[in-house]
Design a protein around this ligand. Structure first.
Ligand code: SF4
Length: 370
C-alpha cells in the first residue's frame, strides 16, 4: 500500500519569488516547503531496504530515517537524525548539489526532493546539541567555512575543547562572504553557527594566522591544529585589460556585496562598480552567483562560457533561475582581451568548438581560427 501511494503521488514543488520580483531584491528565491508539503513529499519515499540515496551522501546522513520522521510530521526527530552526521542541515538543504548526489541515486522513478526535506527539518526545528563528555585536550581549527565548522562540530561532540580562528570579522567562510543571500540567507548560517557555540565551540574572529598569531604559537596553546583555510584565491585568465576599473574577480565582487553589503550603499559604505551591461566569464556556480548579483544591481548581464550549456559545471537549477531572471548566455566563446581607457568598456572573444574530452571528462574546447 505504501509503495502504491508513493508511485502515484506527485513531487511537491515549493513556492519561489517570481523572476520579476526577485531581481528587485536580494531575498531568498526558493521559499522552501510548507510543513504540510514536507510531510507529503516525505510520504513519497519508498523507505528502501537498501537506501541508495545514502550511498552518495558525502556526509553519510541517515536520509531514509530522517525522511521517515518527516512523514510522521516529526521534524524535531528528523533534525536530530541529521545532526548525528551533519551540523549544517539548513545550509546543505539549500546549497548541496543534491542532483549530483543523494537525489541522483534515489531509486524512486520521480526522485525524492531530499535536500528540500533536509531544509524543512532545519527550518521547522531548532538544533539541541549536547556533548557526551568533556576532555581536557584542546584543538585549534583555522578557518570557519564548511570544513572548519564540520571539524569543530565532530570534535566538540567527542568532548574536545575547540577554538575556531577566523581571519574575517564574521564566521562562515564562503557561506558568509561568497554565497549570495538569495541562495543562502545569512540568518540560516548564523543559526547553525550559534548552535555550535552552544556546544562550547569558541571563535576568535579578526585573527589572521601568520600575522595575529603564528602557527608555532598556536601549536603551543593547543594539542592539535586543523587547517581549513579553504581555496579562496581567484583564478585570473592572464588576458590584456584585466587591470581596468570595474573588472572584478567573482570572489571580490561577491565579497563586496554578500559580506560587505555594497548593494545597500550608502547605508553600507562599500563601493562597487555598477554598470548598464555586465559580462561574466565562466560557467560555474560562482559565475552564476556573480551574474545574478549584477542583475540585482540593475545590469543587463551576459555570461560567456567557452563550452556549451551541457558542459556547464553550475547547477542546472541555478542556470534555470538565471535564465528566468533575464540573464543571457553566449556559449562557445572564450575571452581574448578586455578593452577600455581607465574603465572596462568591452570584451573581445573568439568562437570555440568542442573537441575530445579533457582530464575532467568534459569535452574540451578549441579556438576556431579567424
Ligand atoms: S533511495 Fe529514494 S525512495 Fe529510497 S529511501 Fe532513499 S530517498 Fe527514499
Amino acid at each position: 500500500m505504501k509503495n502504491k501511494i508513493a508511485k502515484t503521488a506527485e513531487e511537491q514543488i515549493p513556492e519561489e519569488q517570481s523572476p520579476e520580483k526577485r531581481i528587485t531584491n536580494f531575498d531568498e528565491v526558493c521559499l522552501g516547503y510548507t510543513k504540510q508539503q514536507s510531510h507529503e513529499e516525505a510520504k513519497r519515499c519508498l523507505q528502501c531496504p537498501v537506501p541508495m540515496c545514502e550511498k552518495s551522501c558525502p556526509a553519510q546522513v541517515p536520509i531514509k530515517r530522517f525522511i521517515s520522521h518527516i512523514a510522521e510530521s516529526d521534524h524535531d526527530s528528523a533534525l536530530s537524525a541529521i545532526l548525528e552526521k551533519n551540523c549544517l542541515p539548513g545550509i546543505c538543504g539549500r546549497v548541496c548539489p543534491s542532483e549530483q548526489q543523494c537525489r541522483k541515486t534515489c531509486i524512486h522513478y520521480q526522485k525524492i526532493s531530499i535536500a528540500l526535506l533536509e531544509r524543512s527539518a532545519a527550518d521547522y526545528s531548532s538544533p539541541r546539541l549536547s556533548k557526551k563528555k568533556s576532555l581536557s585536550k584542546s584543538i585549534a581549527v583555522i578557518g570557519s567555512g564548511p570544513s572548519g565548522l564540520s571539524c569543530a562540530y565532530d570534535l566538540a561532540l567527542k568532548g574536545f575543547k575547540v577554538t575556531i580562528y577566523e581571519a574575517l570579522h564574521e564566521p562562515g567562510g564562503v557561506l558568509t562572504y561568497g554565497i549570495p543571500e538569495f541562495r543562502l540567507p545569512k540568518s540560516v548560517v548564523k543559526k547553525e553557527i550559534s548552535a555550535l557555540k552552544d556546544l562550547g565551540v569558541e571563535t576568535s574572529l579578526n585573527t589572521v594566522i601568520g600575522l595575529s598569531i603564528t602557527l608555532e604559537e598556536l601549536k603551543k596553546i593547543h594539542d592539535a591544529v586543523f587547517i581549513a583555510s579553504g581555496a579562496g584565491l581567484p583564478y585570473f585568465l592572464g588576458i590584456p585589460g584585466e587591470g581596468l576599473n570595474n573588472v572584478y574577480s567573482a570572489n571580490e565582487f561577491l565579497s563586496r556585496n554578500v559580506l560587505m553589503k555594497a548593494h545597500k550603499f550608502p547605508e553600507y559604505r562599500t563601493p562597487v562598480g555598477r554598470s548598464e551591461k555586465t559580462i561574466v566569464i565562466g560557467g560555474g556556480n560562482v559565475a552564476i552567483d556573480a551574474a545574478r548579483t549584477a542583475r540585482r544591481l540593475g545590469s543587463q548581464v551576459t555570461v560567456f562560457y567557452r563550452r556549451t550549456k551541457n558542459e556547464m559545471p553550475a547547477r542546472p537549477y541555478e542556470i534555470k533561475h538565471a535564465e528566468e531572471e533575464g540573464i543571457k548566455f553566449e556559449f562557445l566563446a572564450s575571452p581574448l582581451k578586455l578593452i577600455g581607457e581607465a574603465t572596462v568598456r568591452a570584451g573581445e572573444f573568439i568562437k570555440m568548438r568542442l573537441s575530445s574530452p579533457d582530464a575532467s571528462g568534459r569535452a574540451s574546447s578549441v579556438e576556431i581560427p579567424g
